[in-house]
Write a protein that binds this ligand. Structure first.
Ligand code: AMP
Ligand code: GLY
Length: 428
């Protein structure tokens, strides 16, 4: 099996690490990859949205499977690109079609899908420049907090939760009249606020069958006790203690099954990961959003718990044989803590040497690199989120303590990390 993985984050390092455990994976390429993936396979220097380079690489390296990490190429239609090209069509590809990727690419598409298939989600209305005045009136009638969502992809920044009407109207104006989140963000979904606890549920589907992967909870705020600015994710835990059997049964019946049936009914071709952002309100699940990929840093805690061979799982997904797969999951807890560059999520400096990566930390702990680059013998910082240290242990407290011990050793200039990942599940 000759595999090409698209992406360059901690998620892709974790995927590459898991793929390499399969002995039939004799060639692994990662585009563009990072310092961690460079040690597991061959990094190819092209952007994930550069489909011409993707095609050349597939032909040159005789690729038999493409796995897509991030959302951008999926929303741009990389799966259709491969399937529709006579020279590439035999390559197995993991990800939804362009149309199905609209579940992440358009909030409006996702909300209509949920309503059509009876999937629980917040009530909403959508507005554009055409019905702007009606939108302002609607906002005035809602009781805050008021949730505004830009329709298109906005690099995780397109959701604004407003505590006051004045702020909501001002933001709504900026989104529609000033294109604050670009052209696609000139359509705005306004929805009611869901008061509850969040978690991320991951499903692997071949379009007909599905398997529920371990769930996770990520910590999006930069500061301890969930304070400060939103980030791509500062750490994650899996399993999530409140996602007990009875709650997960509701999730499966009320959310996952209707989602899979909805994809089939709507003829949306999907062989890949579905990441369902959920809010547990009381004892009930509500969908906040769909993503058409794995999460980052959630992947860094999910994959270490997954005992199945990932290459076999991907083959079963592409071959529509997931019904023949029994998932095996490590019952231990995984805690992943991200070390980020000073100043993140604002301006950061890059190019600092990372030390301590080679230490003997035992096989219960892993260091997944994210914003890093290999230069000569050195691994240098190359982004906001630099690396994720994941540890497996009997409980969240112990796993977090082990990851923190490693983070005391692994070092680079400006290093910052949250010490309280999993705080609500750790004794104070
Ligand atoms: P999204 O980009 O859709 O993941 O939204 C970003 C974050 O906004 C989510 O992770 C939630 O914390 C929050 N959020 C989104 N929609 C709602 C909602 N209807 N009620 C409460 N919080 C929300
Ligand atoms: N950690 C959230 C995401 O990957 O979108």
């Amino acid at each position: 099996m000759r595999i090409l993985l698209l992406g360059s984050g901690g998620r892709e390092h974790a995927l590459a690490w898991k793929l390499k455990q399969n002995t039939t994976c004799d060639a692994l390429f990662i585009a563009p990859g990072n310092g961690g993936t460079a040690l597991l396979g061959t990094n190819l220097p092209f952007a994930v949205t550069d489909f011409d380079s993707l095609k050349s690489a597939c032909l040159r390296e005789k690729i038999s499977m493409v796995i897509v990490g991030p959302e951008d190429p999926l929303v741009l239609g990389v799966v259709d690109f491969i399937r529709n090209d006579p020279a590439l069509k035999d390559i197995l590809v993991i990800g939804p079609s362009k149309e199905a990727a609209q579940l992440e690419g358009s909030k409006s598409f996702a909300k209509a899908f949920m309503n059509r298939h009876g999937i629980p989600t917040a009530e909403y209305k959508e507005f554009t420049i055409e019905n702007f005045e009606e939108g302002v009136e609607y906002l005035q009638k809602l009781s805050p907090p008021i949730v505004l969502k830009a329709d298109g992809l906005a690099a995780g920044k397109g959701v604004i939760i407003c505590q006051h009407h004045v702020e909501a109207v001002a933001e709504f104006e900026l989104m529609i009249h000033q294109a604050k989140f670009g052209e696609a963000g000139k359509k705005v979904v306004v929805e009611s606020f869901l008061d509850g606890i969040e978690l991320s549920v991951f499903v692997l589907t071949d379009g007909k069958n599905y398997r529920v992967l371990p769930e996770a909870k990520d910590y999006k705020r930069v500061g301890e006790a969930d304070s400060g600015l939103n980030t791509g994710g500062m750490g994650a835990v899996s399993p999530v203690p409140f996602a007990n059997e009875s709650f997960m049964k509701k999730v499966e019946e009320q959310v996952i099954l209707p989602t899979i049936h909805g994809l089939e009914k709507d003829k949306l071709s999907y062989q890949g990961f579905i990441f369902i952002g959920l809010m547990k309100v009381g004892d009930d699940p509500f969908v906040i959003e769909y993503n058409c990929r794995l999460g980052d840093p959630e992947t860094e805690v999910i994959l270490p718990r997954l005992k199945n061979d990932l290459v076999e799982l991907m083959q079963a997904t592409a071959g529509k044989k997931l019904d023949q797969v029994v998932l095996q999951v490590d019952t231990r807890s995984a805690v992943g803590i991200m070390a980020v560059s000073g100043g993140y999520p604002g301006n950061i400096e890059k190019g600092f040497k990372i030390s301590g990566l080679q230490g003997n930390y035992g096989k219960q702990s892993m260091i997944f690199q994210a914003g890093t680059v290999l230069e000569g013998e050195d691994i240098l910082t190359n982004g906001g989120r630099v690396l994720c240290v994941t540890s497996l242990a009997e409980n969240i407290e112990e796993a977090a303590a082990n990851s923190l011990d490693i983070l005391a050793v692994v070092d680079f200039e400006g290093k910052y990390f949250r010490k309280d990942i999993g705080w609500e599940f750790r004794p104070s």
